[in-house]
Design a protein around this ligand. Structure first.
Ligand SMILES: NC(=O)c1ccc[n+]([C@@H]2O[C@H](COP(=O)([O-])OP(=O)(O)OC[C@H]3O[C@@H](n4cnc5c(N)ncnc54)[C@H](O)[C@@H]3O)[C@@H](O)[C@H]2O)c1
Length: 364
């Protein structure tokens, strides 16, 4: 970054075109970076991104790019390998969530980030919602130590229309945000325990009507196969006696609007965050209150009535935070938390595959 901010975006799909490339093109326009390169295994997508964002196409190996910063926005299966390659080439890395799909890959990224001078900033966007700061403050001052967290994200018709969203399944697509928030907000990151998970909402053969409408325009050329399952339910018992319950669905039957809800049950009160996460248009109409506390006598106090309606707020904030952290060399905390949530999600995934409880160790 200090060498002149030569930035390479790897993966020019939906989220890159919607968020990362406009942000980086804007940064270049104000002198915040010198040159912008794009790469994609699909040369047409790379060419289109280069044309639309006035970037240069890069087709060589990552090691030869001479990039100060690599932003990886490819499907999750490639995140860890790309991050390791970029670090080895001397770049800093911003990587889309999930950081990795296995505890081993996450640990390898953390070890490499510690070994190399460059840092890694994982994009767990929901940490950058304005509510997250309010929640952390309320946890410290009003709620007391958290004992149980229930987190759900139910969409009525939000099956991803992109390979990057669909391929890893709903646990990694929506569930990774919820699990990450559940560990990040109360700082439950150093623990061991046991996880269980089960599939929910078997997918019908045709899903045309259930595709996320807000993803369907760009790129229009993608053929994404249907998933087997739309939903997942998972639970984790942490050694400190903490309990986490998670439910996520791309297409939950019988709901009229998308809804996410996180309840944090503390020793002194319960905090409830009711919202719509992400890009669903239901976000514009979800009624308040968005955030409130219920004390042990049942008295409620609203902390925030209306949630932010425009998702660009948190998507821009996460990139501002990523640049600030990588420039100051202060990206270790966010990365360690991402390793913890990856380890827990890996255990949940193992439980889905084996139909048995799976142990986890989220100490870094
Ligand atoms: N933070 C958020 O809220 C948020 C929102 C949307 C997507 N995402 C994440 O962003 C990532 C991308 O999602 P998307 O919806 O944009 O997916 P997408 O399928 O639209 O785009 C992925 C792009 O990467 C390209 N690609 C695949 N493998 C590659 C490789 N090895 N090297 C170079 N290019 C490669 C594909 O050709 C495609 O153009 C996923 O990890 C997803 O979870 C995060």
């Amino acid at each position: 970054m200090s060498r002149g901010r030569r930035v390479l975006v790897v993966g020019c799909g939906w989220i890159s075109r919607l968020v990362h490339l406009p942000y980086l093109a804007g940064l270049r326009a104000t002198g915040g970076l010198r040159s912008l390169y794009v790469a994609d295994t699909d040369p047409e997508r790379a060419a289109r991104a280069a044309r639309d964002f006035d970037a240069e196409m890069y087709t060589g190996p990552l090691e030869g790019a001479g990039a100060d910063l690599v932003l990886a926005a490819t499907p999750p299966v490639s995140h860890a390998a790309l991050t390791l390659q970029a670090l080895a080439a001397g770049a800093r890395v911003i990587v889309e969530k999930p950081l990795a799909l296995t505890v081993e890959d996450a640990a390898a990224v953390l070890a490499a980030a510690r070994r190399h001078e460059g840092g890694v900033y994982p994009l767990y966007t929901m940490r950058h919602r304005p509510e997250a700061a309010l929640i952390r403050q309320a946890l410290a001052q009003r709620i007391g130590p958290a004992r149980e967290i229930r987190a759900s994200w139910l969409r009525r018709d939000g099956v991803p229309a992109t390979q990057g969203g669909m391929e890893p399944g709903v646990l990694w697509d929506l569930g990774s945000h919820l699990v990450d928030l559940a560990l990040w907000l109360p700082d439950w990151c150093g623990a061991t325990g046991t996880a269980r998970a089960e599939h929910q909402h078997p997918a019908a053969a045709t899903i045309g009507d259930l595709r996320a409408g807000w993803q369907c325009q760009e790129p229009a050329d993608q053929v994404v196969p249907a998933p087997k399952w739309h939903g997942v339910r998972a639970e984790a018992t942490l050694d400190a006696g903490h309990l986490l319950r998670v439910e996520a669905s791309w297409a939950a039957p019988g709901i009229r609007r998308d809804l996410s809800r996180i309840d944090i049950i503390g020793e002194r009160a319960t905090l409830t965050w009711r919202t719509v996460l992400g890009w669903s248009p239901d976000r514009r109409t979800v009624p308040g209150p968005a955030l409130w506390i219920t004390d042990v006598e049942g008295r409620e106090q609203v902390l925030l009535h209306d949630q932010p309606r425009d998702p660009r707020v948190e998507y821009t904030a996460q990139l501002d935070a990523a640049f600030a952290a990588l420039i100051s060399g202060d990206a270790v905390g966010p990365l360690e938390a991402a390793c913890a949530s990856t380890a827990l999600l890996h255990a949940m995934r193992t439980s889905l595959d084996t139909a048995a409880p799976a142990p986890f160790d989220i100490r870094n």
